[in-house]
Design a binder for this molecule. Sequence first.
Ligand code: ATP
Ligand code: MG
Length: 362
Amino acid sequence: MSKEKIILTGDRPTGKLHVGHYVGSLRRRVELQNSGEFDKIYIMIADAQALTDNADNPAKVRNNIMEVALDYLSAGLDPEKSNLFIQSQVNELTEMSFYYMNLVTVSRLQRNPTVKSEIQMRNFEASIPVGFFTYPISQAADITAFKATTVPVGEDQMPMIEQTREIVRKFNSVYGEVLVEPDILLPGNDACKRLPGIDGKAKMSKSLGNCIYLSEEPDEIKKKVMSMYTDPDHILITDPGKLEGNTVFTYLDAFAKDEHFAEFLPDYKNLDELKEHYTRGGLGDVKVKKFLNNVLQSELAPIRERRKEFEKNIDYVYEVLKKGSEVAKNTAANTLSEIKSAMKIDYFDNDDFINEQREKFN
Ligand code: ATP
Ligand code: MG
């Protein structure tokens, strides 16, 4: 089995990418890409998965493909180093899912905590599309098709990676060692594992409308930061403030570096000092929010500027996706043929089948 280090990860084209995606996965991907430690990097725009809960709105999914691709390039993914592709164009993935479905029970899927909470969030209750219910299986196909060893994602994806590992073990024990068990790579920083929404809700999510987008204009960023959820009991500046559940501080955990203090808030050396003052009392929310605004503005400005350049060159982005999808298709086709030969459903690819049958009927 190959010893290559391979990354597979991606995003659903259900909207532009937001800063939760950025700290949870995208920023890390760019670092990993530039570390030179990986032999191959595949970044997937998961349009087929997005259709599992947007079947009646394919235009939304289609319209967001370019948006996500632009966000990728603006954030620093480099097509020379990372292969960007569109999931639906790699039809081998669907075929793999079909065989993996036989290796997973309905009750196992029902126990998946992420699927459970997403079903609740979407008010599906008794009307869950089968495709949505089974998307963890399709995700296993996405990961294993590229023999990914490493999947850099946010914490909500943990149950998906676990499901993939189970499918790999089951497949390999039944049919022989073909698939590779992937490892999840979570952000080191707790705040980045699951960035809350600006409303303080557990997760920033396109579907909840509580996002700051990567391409957000400066005045929008500021408006959103100033409206952010903090500590509801921190009424007077002199009151001691709480850090737990305080979204502004969670965002600072995710974004603020010591250099930001030197540049924007030199009264404090670092975030620990700021936190200490806040919990002691005497530090107002507005001052902290203004600082966060400065931090976010400085982090997002270069991304937004690069995006404007790529927007002028959509044909280039289109070519990147088209070429990337071809490369991905070739890789997935190789894995699929290994899978089919391990399962012995490769009747016409070699003479084994006809030889067996000749022997049997002679
Ligand atoms: P949707 O609401 O359509 O599911 P989403 O906002 O949850 O969209 P996904 O495309 O499902 O985004 O997730 C893409 C990647 O971003 C995953 O790796 C996921 O773990 C990560 N991610 C998404 N939201 C956050 C967040 N708030 N904090 C950290 N990581 C996140
Ligand atoms: Mg999601």
